[in-house]
Design a protein around this ligand. Structure first.
Ligand code: PEP
Length: 255
């Protein structure tokens, strides 16, 4: 089953709009049986969306959480609180947070705390830029390796990797990566995961692609790119386009 995750980033700014987007996605997931959908709104709206979720098959996740369950950390989000209000997932190590100074060491501590609180971690990795010598492969391997430090191996079912090349993320990106860029990097990530978890487990951990995914290029990443799912930013705020992506993923049951 393909995994489709929406990262709303810091949008929208009103609860009314958040509810309206979410209700649109709720309509969009009707009849979907073979795609797992997770929406990660700003933390302020998590409870609101959980309250209106009803029976819709959408899980709700956070976009960040602390390395501690509680403490004197002004402005941080507790992973324990996230889990207690009903979130099931949390995105960690997103490049927009790494750009604010988050290190691999901090990411790994957050990952361990999230797992301790029974959240599923969507761990983001990706290179800043590509060079002709392929140094970016090492960059991603290193990032993954360090961000997983201390990850309890028996909790592998709570891990999802999102490959997000930084140069392909956001409105300023010139283009998305290609399906073959995605496939190539998945092979490397799978190899790194094999080193950590062993082959059998490594092949069960979903590897998603993220970076300017839309309703036109989604199929290519899932098919030729062999991605196990997609982490969708901007377009996940557009219920119609996001629902199209969900249905593309759902159709993979027929293949
Ligand atoms: C993201 O923020 O994780 C992302 C992939 O953004 P976008 O789809 O807007 O490039």
């Amino acid at each position: 089953m393909k995994l489709i995750i929406g990262n709303w980033k810091m949008f929208p700014s009103s609860p009314k709009e958040a509810k309206s987007i979410f209700n649109g996605i709720k309509k969009g997931v009707r009849g979907v049986t073979h795609a797992k959908v997770i929406v990660c709104p700003p933390a302020l709206f998590i409870s609101t969306l959980i309250a209106i979720k009803a029976k819709a098959k959408i899980s709700i996740g956070g976009q960040n959480s602390s390395f501690e369950d509680e403490g004197a950390h002004t402005g941080e989000t507790s992973p324990r609180a996230l889990a207690l209000i009903g979130a099931t997932h949390v995105i960690l190590g997103h490049s927009e947070r790494r750009a604010m100074g988050e290190t691999n060491k901090e990411v790994s501590a957050k990952v361990v705390a999230a797992i301790r609180n029974k959240l599923t971690v969507v761990l983001c990795v990706g290179e800043k830029a590509r060079d002709e010598h392929g140094a970016y492969f090492n960059e991603v391997a290193m990032q993954l390796h360090s961000s997983l430090e201390g990850f309890p191996k028996n909790e592998f079912k709570r891990l999802v990797i999102a490959y997000e090349p930084i140069w392909a993320i956001g409105a300023k990106a010139k283009r998305a990566a290609t399906p073959s860029d995605c496939r190539e990097m998945s092979i490397l990530i799978r190899r790194e995961l094999t080193e950590y978890f062993g082959k059998k487990v490594a092949f069960t951990i979903p590897i998603l692609y993220g970076g300017s995914v839309d309703d036109r290029n989604a199929e290519g990443f899932l098919k030729e790119g062999e991605a196990d799912g997609l982490l969708v930013g901007r377009i996940s705020l557009d219920p119609e386009k996001f629902s199209t992506i969900i249905h593309i993923a759902n159709n993979f049951r027929k293949l």
